[in-house]
Write a protein that binds this ligand. Structure first.
Ligand code: IMP
Length: 189
């Protein structure tokens, strides 16, 4: 729902966006793939089986260098199968406790997959990253997930301290979605 809100805002008024995860028939898609791109494709196919129209799916996560890329594709369930943002953030702070500030580099990644039909042999895929560092205290009330710990770029501001429009201008999701729209607009379909 957070993601859909961001996607709706980034796309603006010329698109009607429906959140297919709210369909009662939408299964909980098991993210069994090894990459963001694979998992976004699994979600897009599941949605496309239920919906006659264009479908986009996002798979995203946080990659922390000192943790060799963790939590990565497991970002949503880093602290366990039924955890929440607070538990994930607490675990991240614990795991990075001994890591010096300069080594706390990280990035959000997003893969966005567009399908016309479930069996679309020519998906459009866009990927993007948003660089930053992991702070030592949670700050800010915007965004979701790891945003209160994610210091944007080399700044001292967390993603949760950004106004929604400013986050969308820079974020992995904003960049990937604009890349997807550009690829579609270039008419390579
Ligand atoms: P997904 O729903 O399987 O793609 O998992 C995405 C997870 O990555 C979320 O639950 C968050 O933990 C994290 N994540 C992805 N994008 C963001 C973001 O923009 N802000 C904060 N956390 C994010």
């Amino acid at each position: 729902t957070h993601k859909v809100r961001e996607i709706r805002t980034i796309l603006g008024g010329s698109f009607e966006v429906s959140d297919l995860s709210l369909l009662p028939a939408m299964p909980e898609v098991e993210e069994t793939g090894p990459t963001f791109e694979d998992n976004a494709t699994l979600k897009a196919v599941a949605a496309s089986l239920l919906f006659d129209g264009w479908v986009i799916a996002d798979d995203s996560g946080l990659e922390v260098d000192a943790l060799h890329g963790a939590p990565g594709i497991y970002s949503a369930r880093y602290a366990g199968p039924a955890c929440d943002d607070a538990a994930n953030n607490a675990k991240l702070l614990r795991d990075l406790e001994p890591v010096a500030d300069a080594a706390r580099t990280a990035r959000y990644r997003c893969a966005m997959v567009y399908l016309r039909w479930p069996e679309d042999p020519s998906p459009v895929i866009a990927q993007a990253a948003w660089e930053g560092r992991i702070g030592r205290v949670a700050r800010g009330t915007g965004g979701f997930g790891y945003d209160p710990l994610f210091l944007v770029g080399a700044s001292a501001r967390t993603a949760a301290e950004f106004a929604p429009a400013d986050k969308n201008l820079q974020s992995h999701r904003g960049q990937a979605l604009r890349g997807l729209v550009a690829a579609l607009a270039s008419g390579a379909r």
